[in-house]
Design a protein around this ligand. Structure first.
Ligand SMILES: O=c1[nH]cnc2c1c(-c1ccc(Cl)cc1)cn2-c1ccccc1
Length: 474
């Protein structure tokens, strides 16, 4: 049985033939998993791919298996197959180019086929159809397809008339797109792309608040400055809306570090609440110097409530605008294994050790937590991280641009930072518990359009010097 939040079942609800079954995941979120198709709507350069990729990364991190189906990529495959480079020619996207229309129809069909296979074989719960879908005719086709299959349909339309944002998009993303790379100069590519937008604009029918009011959709206006929401259905859709209302466009820097070395680290004991060693203290001092020199404006420090983390952040009161302590940032609770060495655990609890080795992400310590539990309790932190600059973005639109620097330093623990970094780097959940997060290493994360840039600063306590490297997480 599917429930609908608004009065009476909506059209696609009534026709949903698929019997909804409860799929108990790891007992944490036994939500009803109706396959959802999220359908992007909007002109080119409205951030549809940006939203699709970011949403996909967030839902997977939250344990909701999701995949993006980008029709442009199918078209490019089609073009390579027939050895053409239509994409680098705005005329390809005009409505009166018969041959082009056929290629585009074919690519949309292939994308829908793969999307259907993904949901039908339960590889995933949410599929995101990343395409313009700018006419009622096209949207009707998608709705009929979903009805036949018993998939729930949810539209995300991105409307944007702010030239600054569109320019940022075309400059950041479009000029580097495979359509243009190596085919023409950035200037020509930008020009051609603006013509491509024109071609779509002629046929564009925005989601009609009256004639399409039976559909479930959200209109995002000007990169999240305002929203219009219609007929939200079920768990996945409400998570999507909650997330969209917290993400923003603005790149800002986020720093991460574990606490300095603690007494328990030195004794190879798990968890506990031990203070820093002398090396740990040296790291805390070096961190203070680092941020004095880095001259980060309006730095906010978010710290766990463990002694070793509080001591690590102690010196930052002078350089940070604000230091706050989150229990949600405390280390994974090892329950009955708290305070034991890894050796003790292997000797005393061989079965637990084997269970953990087999599935480290879902394994929960008796009277303790699993990585999955830590991910769930971190969600408010992630939202606040995203919202943090979002607020200053809206503030800055009325006050001044220097408020944009909503930079945050997170002082936490190995397991917690693995969960947070997996979110930003789109790491698979089964790899998450093995991400390398060494002590005395400050990680600087600079978000980009579709990825993020990482810099690792390692402090050598004996020689008292920092060394930096750019790169990816191991
Ligand atoms: O609304 C847009 N219009 C044009 N461009 C856009 C957006 C958004 C955006 C959309 C919705 C939300 Cl909730 C947040 C951001 C992101 N971008 C983007 C900008 C630069 C590079 C890559 C993507």
């Amino acid at each position: 049985r599917t429930t609908s939040s608004q009065s009476g079942p909506s059209m696609e609800e009534a026709s949903t033939k698929r019997k909804v079954t409860h799929t108990l995941t790891s007992g944490y979120s036994d939500h009803v998993r109706v396959p959802n198709v999220i359908v992007m709507v909007g002109l080119p350069a409205r951030g549809k791919t940006y939203i699709s990729k970011k949403l996909c990364r967030y839902l997977n991190w939250a344990g909701i298996k999701t995949r993006v189906f980008n029709v442009g990529e199918y078209r490019r495959k089609e073009e390579t197959a027939c050895d053409a480079i239509h994409g680098a020619n705005a005329y390809f996207f005009s409505a009166d180019n018969e041959e082009a229309l056929r290629v585009r129809e074919e690519s949309a069909r292939r994308a829908m086929e793969d999307l259907c296979e993904y949901l039908d074989t339960s590889k995933g719960t949410v599929a995101i159809l990343d395409a313009t879908n700018t006419t009622k005719k096209r949207r009707k086709m998608v709705i009929n397809f979903c009805q036949e299959k018993g998939f729930r349909c949810f539209f995300i339309e991105s409307l944007c008339d702010d030239p600054n944002i569109i320019n940022a998009n075309v400059t950041d993303v479009k000029v580097n797109s495979p359509d243009y790379k190596g085919v023409m100069s950035a200037e020509q590519a930008k020009d051609d792309f603006m013509k491509r937008i024109e071609n779509y604009a002629k046929q564009y029918e925005p989601l009609d608040m009256d004639k399409e009011c039976h559909l479930s959709f959200i209109k995002v206006i000007n990169a999240g400055r305002s929203f219009y929401v219609n007929r939200v259905n079920g768990h996945a859709q409400s998570r999507v809306i909650y997330y969209l209302m917290n993400i923003h466009l603005l790149p800002r820097v986020i720093y991460f570090t574990r606490h300095g070395e603690s007494g328990y680290n030195r004794m190879a004991r798990m968890g506990g609440d031990s203070p820093l060693t002398s090396d740990g203290d040296a790291y805390a001092e070096a961190l203070e110097l680092f941020f004095k020199e880095e001259r980060v404006q309006d730095l906010r420090v978010w710290c766990s409530q463990k002694i070793r983390a509080v001591q690590t952040a102690k010196g930052l009161k002078g350089v940070a605008a604000h230091v706050e302590y989150w229990k949600a940032l405390d280390e994974l609770d090892a329950g009955i294994c708290e305070g034991l060495t890894y050796e003790d655990i292997e000797n005393r609890y061989p079965k637990q050790t084997e269970d953990r080795r087999r599935d480290k992400y879902h394994y929960r310590f008796p009277a303790g937590e699993s990585y999955e539990d830590v991910v769930a309790r971190l969600e408010p932190v992630m939202m606040e991280l995203e919202r943090q600059v979002y607020l200053s973005l809206s503030l800055s639109l009325h006050i001044s641009s220097n408020l944009l620097q909503g930079n945050v330093l997170v002082v936490s623990h190995q397991a917690v930072l693995r969960c947070i970094l997996a979110y930003f780097t789109d790491r698979a959940l089964d790899e998450l518990p093995y991400i390398d997060v060494p002590l005395h290493t400050l990680i600087k994360l600079v978000p980009r359009a579709y990825s993020c840039h990482l810099i690792f600063y390692t402090y050598d306590a004996t020689r008292g010097i920092w060394s930096a490297r750019e790169g990816t997480l191991n």
